[in-house]
Write a protein of this length. Structure first.
Length: 74
């Protein structure tokens, strides 16, 4: 059996606007579930890259949330 995770989030304000803007700019098409899946997949891949960059920069094998946020703020 495939490993499955169900993720749910409620976006409000600027995050909701950012979500809609990203969906439009990436020209995502399909059902709401498909669009959310594609955007979530892209977000996880981007986050994985940022965590790896942060790890290399900080020398920490497992940077924490604060480390990653600080890296993103640069």
């Amino acid at each position: 059996m495939e490993n499955v995770k169900r993720v749910s989030a409620e976006l409000q304000g600027e995050q909701a606007v950012m979500f809609d803007t990203l969906c439009a700019s990436l020209q995502l098409k399909g059902s709401k579930k498909e669009v959310e899946g594609v955007l979530f997949d892209l977000a996880l891949n981007a986050l994985e890259l940022v965590v790896k960059e942060c790890s290399v920069e900080s020398g920490k094998k497992f940077p924490n949330e604060g480390d990653v946020r600080e890296h993103l703020a640069k």
